[in-house]
Design a protein around this ligand. Sequence first.
Ligand code: ZN
Length: 141
Amino acid sequence: MRSSTEAVLEYLIVKILAGRDDIVRAVHDYFVNSVSPSSVATKYNLSKHQVRGYIQRIVEKTGSVVKARVLLKYAIPVVLKIKPVTREVNGYIVKCGICGEELPSQIMEDHIRKRHASLIDEYLESTVEIIKKSVTLNHNS
Ligand SMILES: [Zn+2]
């Protein structure tokens, strides 16, 4: 069983790997910078409905908005350093840079979860370590 922290980190890491850093930036704006869902939607060219869905999924995983805010404040700058493994072929199709498969963009996250789980685990482990260090440093200063 993953902890709630790991569940959220995994959620964000898969989005980054699939090339959806826009979603990660959008939820950062909402939770950390307190930007409204409708402003976030406009800024990142997402629907308000989608933005609410992403927010809800993160709150479900962490258990509360306050916990989500604290975690994302530390986690998002770290996960944004991860490079996507996908490359856009055209408006609908993206290519997986690991296995070379070309798939519709909507199913790329599923593909990464199912086929490249070890890569997610590696990033999850290193992200947890970096966050632990930065939290410890902040507490000591
Ligand atoms: Zn692949």
